[in-house]
Design a protein around this ligand. Structure first.
Ligand SMILES: NC(=O)c1ccc[n+]([C@@H]2O[C@H](COP(=O)([O-])OP(=O)(O)OC[C@H]3O[C@@H](n4cnc5c(N)ncnc54)[C@H](OP(=O)(O)O)[C@@H]3O)[C@@H](O)[C@H]2O)c1
Length: 278
């Protein structure tokens, strides 16, 4: 378990449900049965089927795995990231959009609260604008209401995160970013997270780093540990304080990935992987 600065516990590995389409319910259930306890989704039909995650939760309840034993994270996606199927009135003001999207997430998931509610991304590439601050204020309201135990932001630059940490009433407790080895595994953003007690969640650890996976040094480490390159990357992520996401569709990969929690890399191996693509 990891803990953000507000002390809320969060499992150290998360199963992501993007792009699973109609298989979402079956795969989310399988992930939990395999051992994952944290699930990531979003109220954004282009990439996610949040309501099918809700179906998985119902099936899990029937198997005796209660909602409270799971960590559920979902996201608010602005109109720019949606197609015509917005889960809110796109002509409403932003505060209303966030509330409607959040309420619809609770309905989809069949729950009265979420563990983490994430802004899918700022409206602009650089800096934070008026729209971002309005959305963040609405998310702070949800946090104060107790309906989400954490709030966070995704697809954020170091500059945007620094601005948010300096000026927000409630700093984010989680950040979720695509993590490229060639960019020092997002070290600028991770440094800010560490300084503020924010949990950094890394996605695309495998798909954004295919060359690293095939690197002979990673293969040698994998051989030493009797595992695969993917597990070395997930273990590396955990040892540098990151919470990795995996979006695998294979039960075997789910089980192998979870074994990363039992591995141990040496300090030298960690240092080598940190700079392997620089
Ligand atoms: N906030 C955002 O904007 C954003 C964007 C993208 C993703 N995400 C989140 O992050 C989650 C994960 O996305 P991702 O891009 O990291 O993963 P992903 O796209 O699901 O990619 C994993 C890929 O690697 C393959 N793979 C091979 N060996 C694997 C192994 N041992 N373990 C896991 N995968 C293996 C998988 O194939 P198999 O299926 O055959 O294993 C799959 O094709 C998403 O589901 C979503 O929740 C968030």
């Amino acid at each position: 378990m990891l803990r953000a600065y507000n002390h809320v516990p969060i499992p150290s590995f998360m199963y992501g449900t993007a792009w699973k389409k109609e298989a979402t319910a079956q795969l989310a259930e399988l992930a939990v049965v395999s051992g994952f306890r944290a699930i990531d989704t979003a109220n954004q039909l282009i990439h996610y089927q949040e309501a099918l995650v809700g179906e998985a939760l119902q099936a899990l309840e029937k198997r005796g795995i209660a909602r409270d034993s799971l960590f559920l994270q979902t996201k608010f996606t602005s109109v720019d990231g949606q197609d015509h199927r917005t889960p809110y009135d796109p002509s409403a003001d932003l505060t209303t959009q966030v509330r409607q999207s959040f309420d619809s997430s609770l309905t989809h998931l069949g729950t009265e609260y979420v563990d983490s509610y994430v802004l899918h991304g700022p409206h602009q590439r650089r800096g934070l604008g008026e729209a971002d601050w309005k959305v963040w204020a609405a998310m702070e309201g949800l946090y104060h209401s107790g309906k989400t135990k954490m709030i966070g932001i995704s697809n954020v630059t170091a500059g945007q995160l620094a601005e948010l940490c300096e000026q927000a009433n409630v700093k984010p407790m989680v950040v979720q970013n695509r993590c490229f080895a060639a960019l020092g595994w997002d070290n600028e953003v991770r440094d800010i997270c560490q300084a503020h007690g924010i949990i950094y969640q890394g996605f695309s650890l495998l798909t954004a780093n295919r060359r690293v996976l095939a690197d002979p040094e990673i293969r040698t480490i994998a051989q030493r540990l009797g595992t695969g390159s993917a597990q070395v990357i997930f273990r590396f992520a955990m040892q540098i304080g990151m919470l990795p996401l995996t979006g695998t569709t294979s039960q075997q990969h789910m089980k192998e990935d979870l074994q990363a929690e039992q591995l141990a890399l040496s300090t030298e191996e960690i240092q080598r992987i940190e700079t392997i693509a620089l």
